[in-house]
Design a protein around this ligand. Sequence first.
Ligand code: EPU
Length: 446
Amino acid sequence: MVCYNKKEYTPPFAMGTTIDERCDNSLEKYVINGGKPLTGEVVISGAKNVAVAMIPAALLSDTPCVLENVPDISDVRIMIHMLKKMNVDVYYKEPGVLYIDSTKMNTTKVPYELATKMRASYYFLGALLGKYNEAEVALPGGCHLGNRPIDQHLKGFEALGVQTEVKAGAIVAKSNALTGAPVFFDQVSVGATINVMLCACKAKGTTIIENVAKEPHIVDVANFLNSMGAKIKGAGTDTIKIVGVKELKGSTYSIIPDQIEAGTYMMMAAATKGDVVIKNVIPRHLDCLTAKLNEMGIGVEEGDDFIRVFYKKRPKKTMVKTLPYPGFPTDMQPLIATLLCVSEGTSTVTETIWDSRFKYTEELKKMGADIKVSGNMAMITGVDELSPAPLKATDLRAGAAMVIAGLMARGTTEIYDIFHVERGYENIVQKIKGMGGNIEKIETED
Ligand code: EPU
C-alpha cells in the first residue's frame, strides 16, 4: 500500500539536489494552534526502522530489488544518498516504491559524513560483510538517548570470523571466510539481531543466534531476506537459525506499517480528546498500546487493518515500564507520558532500555506539566491542561511528543529543531491537517 498524497509528492534527489536541501530541516519550525480534537482518518506509512534495515539488506542481492511502502523521511533520504555515492543504481519507480540495483557498487566504504548522521548506518556493516567480506562504516549517529554501544553487533560478527577495529572514527571489519557459528547475545538488541542476520545469510554453514530481539521489524527483515533466497528460521522467537547460502537474488517486498507512527497517532487522538481511525496498521503489533489505552479508559476499537481511538472521559493514571517487544516500546515512552500529563492522578513511567530518555520532560514542564524524574523513573501528576510554550525537539520521539503537547494546549506552540521529527515521520504536517489539526511548518526567522 502506498501512503502518499501524490499531489504533494516531490521525488527525493532530483538531479542537482543537494543533501542539505533535502535532508536538513534545521531552519524550520512547527507552529501549532492547539486545543482542538482531532477527528477523521490517518493512513500509516511504512516502518522507518524496517526501511533503514532493508535498504542495506538489498545490497546483499546479486540482482535488483524493489522495496514497496518505503516512507519518505529524512533517514531514508540520507540512506539513498549513501547508496548513490557507492555507485548503486537507486531511484523511486513511483512514490514509495524504491528500486535498488547494487550490481555496479564499487566500494565497501560507506560515505563517512552521511553515515554519522544516523544510527542505522550500522546495518551496512552486516550487509557489506555478507556481500564482500569487508566493510568500513563510521561509528553511528542518531538520537542522543544515552549510551548506545554496539558491542553485541561486533561480538556476533567476530563469532562468524570477522576481525573488527575502530580506525579514525570508523569501524573497519574484515573476514577471510565468513563461517556460521553459535552467537549468544548478552543483551537483547534489535540492531545486533538484524546485523548478525544480514552477515550470517552468506556465511558458510549454520549460525544460531540466541537471546535475540523479537520486534516485528526482525520478522519483516527476515522475510525479505528469505524472499531473496536466504534460509532463516525462528525470527520473532528468542532463537534464530540461519543456514548460509552462496547467493541471494532480487525480490519485490512491501515493508510493514510503522507501529510507532501508528502508536503516535493513537496517543494524539486520545490526548486531543478526538476520535480517529488509524488505517493501514497491523493491530497485533499494537496490542500493548491498545491494552494500556483501554486500561486508562480511552476507547479503542480494532478492525483487520485499522484501529479507532476515541476519547470518552479524562484518562486514568497508569504505570508504564518500557521493555523489548512484546513489552511497552521505549519509542512510545515520551508519547504516552505526554498523555499522562493531563490524566487523573499520579502515573509512573520507568525507562529500562535507554539511560537518557527523559530530556523532553524539561520541555513539557515549560507547558505546566508536573513531572518529577528520578533516575530511570518519571512521576507524572496530571494537570487540567497544558499551556503553549516555545519548545525544542530533543530527539525524534520527544519531538513527536511535543507535537502532541502542542495540539493539546489551547493557543500557539512553536517547536524548533524539527529535523528530529522529520527523520522518522512521513508527511506529519499533512497527516495532522487531514484530521483537522492546525499545524504549519515554516522557516524560522532566526
Ligand atoms: N545494546 C548494547 N549493546 C549493543 C546493542 C545494544 O548494550 O551492541 C543495548 C542498548 O544500549 C540498549 C538496548 O541494548 O540499552 C537495546 O538497544 P537496541 O540495540 O535494541 O537498539 P537499536 O537497535 O540501536 C532500535 C531502534 C530504536 C529503538 C531501539 C529499541 C532502529 C534504527 N532504532 O535501536 O529506535 O529505540 O531499537 O527498541 O531500529 C526510534 O525509532 O526513535 C529509535 C530510537
